[in-house]
Design a binder for this molecule. Structure first.
Ligand code: IPE
Ligand code: IPE
Ligand code: MG
Length: 255
């Protein structure tokens, strides 16, 4: 798996990131509790992994709990963690059949013990799979992650000489390593459901050149047609990565 930005001309995103939003509003519209919305939303997580792997996507990252979501009512946070801890291990068989490997992003050490246990178990049970990576982003925040990388970098200095040397050599690839991202591809397509047009602290580093796709569909009702509409839209975009359209079409030579 290469780690460079997806080549221009690729019509299928290698890494799709999804902000799964709208569980609460969906539940409210049905006269249900927010937790019921999250439960219904969990079913779509399973589905989207299937649709993505069938389409040939290599990595799908799913925003499941942000560093900001701790501000929610304690009962909702507990219910979300319990839901994850209960449902995740039940997916192991299906993930193994699909060749799906579970990875995480975010500081999972701060999650409740039952959630950590379920994650460890599922990550271990699927670690040899190689068709698709399912990256669950939990207690994840783009700011927090970049700060952590900077802290690690500073902690590696022993003296002023090593600091000067390190700063001289620091480049994007090294910084990505500091963020613990050697195995994460740049985000090609970032989808947000639920109607909001914002990134909410997701994938600040990896989504630098992501194509953004927003849909009003609430996450519990997200369906295969919606997912394919996003893939089709991605295929129609011209990813220029700073170049001109004429350069990409080969109408003028690179100098
Ligand atoms: C997204 O749905 C799920 C999480 C943030 C865990 P929300 O719970 O944010 O749903 P809305 O935005 O209130 O509808
Ligand atoms: C973003 O959704 C986080 C997740 C989907 C886990 P939120 O619903 O928490 O986002 P904001 O706060 O409305 O932007
Ligand atoms: Mg929301």
């Amino acid at each position: 798996m290469g780690l460079s930005m997806t080549d221009e001309g690729n019509t299928l995103p290698q890494h799709v990131a999804i902000i799964m939003d709208g569980n609460g509003r969906w539940a409210k519209a049905q006269g249900l509790s927010r937790v019921e919305g999250h439960r219904k939303g969990a079913g779509r997580v399973r589905d989207v992994v299937e649709w993505a792997s069938d389409a040939g996507v290599k990595q799908v990252s799913l925003y499941a709990f942000s560093t900001e979501n701790w501000k929610r009512p304690k009962s909702e946070v507990t219910a979300l963690m319990t839901l994850m801890a209960t449902l995740l291990p039940l997916e192991i068989k299906r993930m193994n059949e699909r060749g799906a490997r579970l990875l995480t992003l975010g500081d999972t050490s701060k999650l409740p013990w039952i959630a950590r246990k379920a994650l460890d178990k599922t990550c271990k049970a699927t670690e040899n799979n190689s068709n698709i990576d399912v990256i669950l982003c939990l207690n994840y925040g783009g700011h927090q992650e970049i700060l952590e990388g900077v802290k690690q970098f500073c902690a590696s200095f022993h003296d002023d000489i090593s600091k000067t040397e390190a700063l001289k050599h620091l480049n994007e690839d090294m910084f990505r390593s500091l963020l613990g991202r050697d195995h994460i591809l740049p985000v090609d397509l970032l989808i947000r459901t639920g109607g909001e047009r914002r990134i909410s602290n997701f994938h600040l580093w990896d989504a630098a050149y992501a194509e953004l796709y927003f849909t009003d569909r609430l996450w519990p009702e997200y369906n295969k047609t919606d997912f394919h509409a996003a893939l089709d839209d991605f295929a129609s975009r011209e990813r220029r990565f700073g170049r001109t359209s004429e350069q990409l079409k080969g109408e003028i030579e690179d100098e």
